[in-house]
Structures are given as C-alpha cells and as structure tokens.
Design a protein around this ligand. Sequence first.
Ligand SMILES: [Zn+2]
Length: 133
Amino acid sequence: MQAIDTLTPCPCGNSAGYARCCGPLHAGEAATSAEVLMRSRYSAYVLKREDYLLATWHASTRPASLKLAAQQPAPTWLGLEVRRHEQDGEHATVEFIARLRYGGGKAQRMHEISRFVREQGRWYYLDGQFPES
Ligand SMILES: [Zn+2]
C-alpha cells in the first residue's frame, strides 16, 4: 500500500495527490459531501478497492459483490469530470462523466447522474441514471 501514498495527482484528478485527497477516505474518514464521496469512489474503481465501494454503497441497493478483480477485459480509467453537485438536506445528486477503456478498445464516456443519501453523518451512493449524451 506504500506506493499509492505517492499518487500525484490523485486518481480522481485532484492535483493535491492521493494522500491528501481520496486516501484518508479510503482509510475510513467520512466524506464531507456527496461530491467528495463520488470522487473517492471513482478513485476506488481505479485502485480496485472493492471493499470501499461496497462500504459506501447504501445497504438498500448494494450488490453482494462487484467482482472487479475478475472483470475481463479490465477497464482502464482515464479521467473524471464532475459536472454538477446539488445537495438538498440529506440527499444529493452528482452528475459526472468518467472516461474509460476496456482492454485495447476505444476510449468511451460513462455519463451518470448519481443519487446519494446521508445517514448518521456519512454519505452513501444510492443509485444512478445514465442519460443519453
Ligand atoms: Zn481524490
């Protein structure tokens, strides 16, 4: 785990680097907003931190497993762009575009509008919609 402490920029794109961005969240710190949580979940996909993705997924919609390690072809994550973040009390919406490539395939965009909910001071991913873009 030593190597990822030096990831600069952070996998989510923050120039501050992993140790000052998504790293503390992956170590258990609570996200201060749904956008911060969303970014840390993107980084978790990059780093294949399935445990973190499941832990930040709301119990009502959480899959049993993501089988990230078994994904073939494995995705290469190319970047994240957060388009919009709206919070209304304990609910929030984050719209983003993630770019990725499967194996040697073409780069593609994943456009998602994610919903988040906060319970006992912690944000959780609820579900997402995939608008035509
Ligand atoms: Zn980050």
